[in-house]
Design a protein around this ligand. Structure first.
Ligand SMILES: Cc1cc2nc3c(=O)[nH]c(=O)nc-3n(C[C@H](O)[C@H](O)[C@H](O)COP(=O)(O)OP(=O)(O)OC[C@H]3O[C@@H](n4cnc5c(N)ncnc54)[C@H](O)[C@@H]3O)c2cc1C
Length: 442
């Protein structure tokens, strides 16, 4: 009998695994998804007024060849390509992103204070793995006070001393990477589906590249019996696995395990930290004065969001009647924590009016208001994270359970859509062909 593989979760990671199993013509597998459709955090929902909302501002960019190839199978016309036009709104002006490469846009006094350190970055001697110290030593006090501290505090929703800095590789532009390249970053050009929002990618992949009938929707897995190698769903239905690929949050997976679980594993899982998010979608009738901003960052406390995506600029199909000349929409993202309570739609709306974003008319009321809660938004790269993860993953692996993906691996640095898809492809290569994973490593 061939080995039975069970996958939990139909987000990019689970779908990556399913695509690879289909390519390998391995028929003995099933995928269980608690929701009624696929995409996970990379999904999209359309409201009654005809506006589409992604679960947070998502754009597609990747340098991973295998992922590029899979996405190419969706056809040339599937995606629209955009040049990033991102800004930081600060001191009532728009400074192009990334902040540290555009401090010359600041008012004279702030500019003078901020550029000194940047032009002459002192050699940094990091004695501890502490993100706050790293920011301070890399960018200097003025840039940190103005932007890096308040912005990062808002996004992460936790004291910055508690975070490590070993995840920053492609996420923060560094002094020695060249002042000249103001278009810094892997997402300076990005792609977005022409229809049905970001979630369309994953619906199309499931349709085109996955063995029919293998995805079981509306099946929430509530328990994993380690001894009998069974998964059990919320209605008591069971399935057997030889190898289990889990893409649900690692903390949830550990809680669902039944059997002999070493105390150190449960303890380590209890030490993992994450934040929750709130996405507020506001849709308006009317055309904004300028329609080419991709997104804007908001470090200042007067705004209850850290980023606003001008999502109607991404594809005409995201607004009613496919008509961005008549409608526009904004996706506002907030992190929720004990210090950052959940803002109401009205608070988000009032703050949006205060921004410099080109709303149709300052007093126009939105015709669509949607709030989407993300119980799991960012897995936090805390300084002790890797030690805890090793304990958990070593144990799971000894039980033929492979936890991968944004919250499955709990590694923010490989937590994007392309990384997730790739982790799904590679874990199947490892299980079926004995190949080494290149992206996820223990
Ligand atoms: C605010 C925000 C912005 C982002 N922006 C970008 C971006 O611009 N570009 C980019 O590349 N990436 C971005 N990402 C990351 C992207 O969303 C993730 O990489 C991707 O969705 C992770 O895929 P996954 O399959 O690992 O997990 P998920 O997408 O979380 O999928 C997990 C799936 O498991 C299901 N599930 C959970 N529990 C159970 C259960 N018990 N039983 C059955 N099913 C279950 C869920 O319903 C879900 O479908 C962003 C993420 C966030 C939160």
């Amino acid at each position: 009998m061939s080995c039975r593989i069970v996958i939990i979760g139909a987000g990019p990671t689970g779908l990556g695994a399913a695509i690879r199993l289909t390519e390998l013509e391995h028929a003995n597998w099933a995928l269980y998804e608690k929701y009624h459709s696929c995409g996970g955090l990379s999904g999209t929902q359309r409201d009654h007024q005809g506006f589409s909302w992604d679960f947070g501002g998502h754009v597609l960019f990747t340098q991973i060849d295998r992922v590029i190839k899979i996405l190419a199978s969706l056809g040339q016309d599937f995606f629209l390509t955009h040049q990033r036009k991102a800004f930081i709104e600060l001191l009532n002006i728009h400074i192009p992103y990334p902040f540290q490469l555009h401090t010359d846009h600041l008012p004279a006094e702030a500019k003078k204070r901020c550029t000194a350190k940047w032009l002459d970055p002192a050699p940094v001697n990091h004695t501890d793995n502490n993100f706050k110290h790293w920011l301070l030593q890399t960018f200097g006090l003025e840039q940190c006070r103005l932007f890096f501290f308040p912005y990062n505090q808002k996004v992460w929703g936790c004291p910055l001393e508690k975070l490590s800095y070993d995840w920053i590789a492609q996420r923060i532009s560094l002094p020695n990477q060249g002042h000249a390249n103001r278009n810094w970053g892997p997402n300076h050009q990005f792609r977005y589906p022409g229809k049905d929002g970001m979630g369309a990618i994953f619906k199309a992949l499931a349709e085109k590249k996955i063995q029919k009938g293998s995805i079981k929707f509306r099946r929430k897995i509530v328990a994993v019996d380690l001894q009998k190698k069974l998964i059990i769903d919320n209605e008591g239905r069971i399935d057997h696995y030889d190898n289990l690929i889990s893409t649900i949050p690692l903390t949830d997976l550990i809680k669902s395990l039944r059997g002999n679980i070493p105390e150190k594993v449960s303890k380590a899982a209890g030490k993992l930290r994450w934040n929750s998010g709130l996405v507020t979608g506001l849709g308006f009738k009317g055309h904004p004065t300028s329609h080419d901003i991709s997104w804007t960052y908001y470090p200042e406390a007067q705004f209850p969001f850290y980023r606003v995506t001008s999502i109607s600029a991404y594809a005409p199909d995201l607004v009613p009647k496919n008509n961005p000349q008549k409608y526009c929409s904004f996706l506002c993202e907030s992190t929720i924590s004990s210090e950052q309570p959940q803002p109401s739609t009205q608070e988000v709306l009032e703050a949006l009016y205060k921004t410099r974003l080109p709303l149709p008319q300052k007093d126009s009321r939105p015709i669509s208001q949607t709030q989407i809660s993300l119980p799991y938004s960012y897995p936090l790269p805390t300084s002790e994270r890797n030690r805890h993860l090793k304990i958990i993953q070593d144990f799971l692996q000894s039980e033929n359970i492979f936890s991968r993906g944004r919250f499955g691996s709990w590694l923010y640095e490989i937590g994007n859509m392309d990384h997730s898809l790739m982790q799904g492809l590679e874990i199947v290569d490892r299980i079926m062909l004995g190949e080494k994973e290149t992206l996820w490593t223990s």
